[in-house]
Design a protein around this ligand. Sequence first.
Ligand SMILES: Nc1ncnc2c1ncn2[C@@H]1O[C@H](COP(=O)(O)OP(=O)(O)OP(=O)(O)O)[C@@H](O)[C@H]1O
Length: 588
Amino acid sequence: MSGDNRETGQGADGEKSPVRLLLAYIRPHRKILVAGGLLGLVGSAAGLAMPLLAKYVVDAFGAERSMAGPLVALTIAVVVGAVVSAGGTYLMERTGEGIVLSARRRLVARMLRLKVADVDRLKPGDLLSRVTGDTTLLRSVLTNGIVDSIGAVFMLIGAIVMMALMDGVLLLVTLLVVVVIGGMTGLIMPRIQKAQHQAQEAVGEMGAVLDRALQAYRTVKASGAEEREVEVVGAAAAQARDRGLQVAGWTSLAGVSTWMAVQIAFLCVLAVGGARVASGALEVSALIAFLLYLFYLVAPIGQLVEGAVQLQNGLAALKRIREIEDLPGEPDGQAVAVGQAGGDPVGLRFEDVVFRYGEDRAAVHDGVSFEVPPGGLTALVGPSGAGKSTVFALIERFYEHQEGLITVGGVDIRDWPLADLRAALGYVEQDAPVLAGTLRENLLFAAPEATEEDLRGALTRTRLDDLVARLPEGLETPVGHRGVLLSGGERQRVAIARALLRKPRLLLLDEATSQLDAVNELRLREVIAEVATETTVLVIAHRLSTVTNADRIVVMESGGVRAVGTHAELVGSDDLYRELAATQFLVS
Ligand SMILES: Nc1ncnc2c1ncn2[C@@H]1O[C@H](COP(=O)(O)OP(=O)(O)OP(=O)(O)O)[C@@H](O)[C@H]1O
């Protein structure tokens, strides 16, 4: 078994310029975008033709000619203009939605393949806002922003050509003013981008604090902390508003400088043009026409500035999207080996394992060694913080150990292809191991291809069949957010059934600490004992019944293994174990 441990880090587009990266989102949609842009142009042309056609109608009326012809032409122009414009708008919006969709798909695909260590560091609410908010910002810059800017460039060129024909000197004066003030606007643009990035960050932070409040909804209420949480989320919202105002400030400054450019150019042209008219170098009519063209420049310049502002917003959003996309993925973690599960029980070995959660952190595991033979029940016990859950995190390769060796089935876990390793493991978390959705969806989550027979078997083995029989909609009953509609014991058994459907060769079970009623307690004990006859079970034990049933118990203490033995042996030989048995384990 050999694994390719290549990290799925930055893609080939890691070094491209941000604008090119932005444009890459359009590439698949460019044809529709061009079609939408062309329809928009035809619509505008039809709009432009209308005053002319209206003139014909009036002329015909005045000359007492038949108005039928011009009226039909006008009607056609109105209808064609409306239909074509609507079509253009629709295509543009459609492209925008398509761009947002592909940006979201890409981002989510990356998010779900990140390393657990990175996701532990990031805030879920902020990640959510990157998928929902930042991707939306790409839409307008990549559709209307681009099309309008291209249209503006054409108009600008047209106006400049006309102005050149009128008077070269005045054009030079105009361009000088526009370029100087345009340069100043250029200086503002990066500030808009920075402010927009901060604004989006503030929205992300607001999402993060809101997420915190919603995740701990019951605790918030039970602690009477509603008002304080409202304040905290409100403060984050105010922060987002402040950042938004900064963007608005810089954006309006850019707008004002455009307006100033035209006004100052107007005054300069008036002064220079007046002098040229006085000296006889220019006709008055040419000066008037030139000034009219100057004002003709206002709209396209405004559109260009607007396009540039949108570009800054898009780049700011892209930066936040790339912050996630550029994080390295798990080593060959892309493929989920569905259907490859199953096989004989495997053993597990830790050999002098050293692990710390960060370079600057103290070692959580400082030379951990123990062995779990294939099959049977092994319990992991120890005081809180001894590093028991970390053992699971290392076996699942959520985190990578720094020193020592961990083997599953005699093979170094670093040599297992990650998807195969995880397919061989069953993992039952202690907290909230049930997801929203129906009971069936939860059970089939890790093994969607499981047969109805497998499902019934797992339900029987986890003693869930009578629960299913009691539920009004049976397996189709929704379990509520994080399974809140189930009891603690039921949730854990659902999670065990889900793990069993994957036919694990080694089941990692973090036992629920919640107090269970006698029936649930007994069932859970039976389930664990029964599963241990079929596969290897490593359980972080919180119950006396589990340790007394275990084939062997590994006692951990502050990052090391202190003793190994059966309950009877350890009660006799190990002080810490005796104390744990007397105080920590829930009696049953
Ligand atoms: N994701 C993490 N990042 C940083 N430190 C962590 C992380 N998870 C756990 N730790 C730290 O590692 C130490 C061991 O934690 P671990 O969860 O493995 O202990 P445990 O024995 O399972 O405790 P408990 O029985 O209370 O769950 C603790 O001091 C904890 O603060």
